[in-house]
Design a protein around this ligand. Structure first.
Ligand code: PBG
Length: 326
């Protein structure tokens, strides 16, 4: 006899049936692990607002990467934490800059690991902004040539992928052109296409010492209230040559991830940012949340929203959990 209602629970009655009908899964190959590299030796310094995340000097970085590879991570992204900063962010594009040295060293020892370079000026400028500053305003076109120089120097040092995060207009166009002219046509661009001016970056600015010394980033990063604008940003980046699109942050922007995925056909990367990491760590340390269950749920939500890849500080622990559960 037919029922007047539907029985959805039929497909939930056992772990094995649930697995059969599961729509998205989290795979080790989905994850990109961020690493902070700093100058000096024998430094492995925990970021206070990000338990489990460290700044590494080059020697310590190699140990860490060995472990990361053993866990099954296939891609990392490097952020530089230089000692010297100046008005034009010289360290970002110096041949022997901290990121360039790290790239050379990592690629020499681990040639099969995909190493992505974050391409920005903010960690390297004394004012902490992502572009050149003149009379208190962030200059767009004047900043582009420095970003191009940064990208080329990173490609020269062995970066497999260039990830520009500065949000100047035209950065993908300029960097694509610069890389091509320098002979790096094969190096893909993973663009931080949709990057909101977010309070969730707080702990990263501790980790990378990159908080702006005056003002904020609202004239170049996006207003959290805007949705249509995200598609304009993403569309223009693809037109200018982006091979991947990053949406950042991820958790409060799952609708944007879905919009970008539905509109454009390049791989979409969710950036699970520092504040999203710190919130769960803090709650878990207080015994208020089950850390493993919460992290896996939030990352699977990003996949469900349409992310092909997830850049996350949780990558190492997630790989341990996935290995235990399989
Ligand atoms: C800077 C940059 C930021 C992050 C990555 N690259 C922060 C910012 O705009 O201040 C944030 C990452 C995170 O919060 O995890 N170009």
């Amino acid at each position: 006899m037919s029922q007047p209602f539907k029985r959805h629970r039929r497909l939930r009655q056992s772990a094995s049936i649930r697995r059969l009908v599961r729509e998205v899964t989290l795979q080790p190959s989905d994850l990109i692990y961020p690493l902070f590299v700093t100058e000096g030796r024998q430094i492995k310094k925990e970021v206070p607002s990000m338990p489990g995340v460290f700044q590494y000097s080059l020697d310590e970085l190699m140990e860490e990467i060995k472990e990361v590879i053993e866990l099954g991570i296939s891609a990392i992204i490097l952020f530089g934490v230089p000692i010297h900063k100046d008005a034009t962010g010289t360290g970002a594009y110096a041949k022997d800059g901290i990121v360039q040295r790290a790239l050379r060293q990592v690629k020499a020892s681990f040639p099969r690991l995909t190493v992505i370079a974050d391409t920005c000026l903010c960690q390297f400028t004394d004012h902490g902004h992502c572009g050149l500053v003149e009379a208190g305003t962030i200059q767009n076109d004047e900043s582009l040539s420095l970003l191009v120089q940064t990208a080329i120097s990173q490609a020269e040092a062995g970066a497999d992928v260039i990830a520009p995060s500065n949000m100047m207009d035209g950065f993908v166009y300029a960097i694509r052109k610069g890389l091509d002219e320098a002979g790096y046509q094969h190096v893909p661009i993973m663009s931080y296409a949709v990057k909101y001016a977010s309070a969730f970056y707080g702990p990263f600015r501790d980790a990378a010492h990159s908080a702006p010394s005056f003002g904020d980033r609202k004239t170049y990063q996006m207003d959290p209230a805007n949705r249509a604008e995200a598609l304009r940003e993403a569309t223009s980046d693809v037109e200018e040559g982006a091979d991947f699109l990053i949406v950042k942050p991820a958790l409060s922007y799952l609708d944007i991830i879905r919009d970008v995925k539905n509109t454009l056909s390049v791989p979409v990367v969710a950036y699970n940012v520092s504040g999203e990491y710190a919130m769960i760590k803090a709650a878990a340390q207080n015994g208020w949340l089950d850390e493993q269950a919460t992290v896996l749920e939030k990352l699977v939500s990003m996949k469900r929203a349409g992310a092909d890849l997830i850049l996350t500080y949780h990558a190492k622990e997630v790989l341990r959990w996935l290995a235990q559960s399989s």
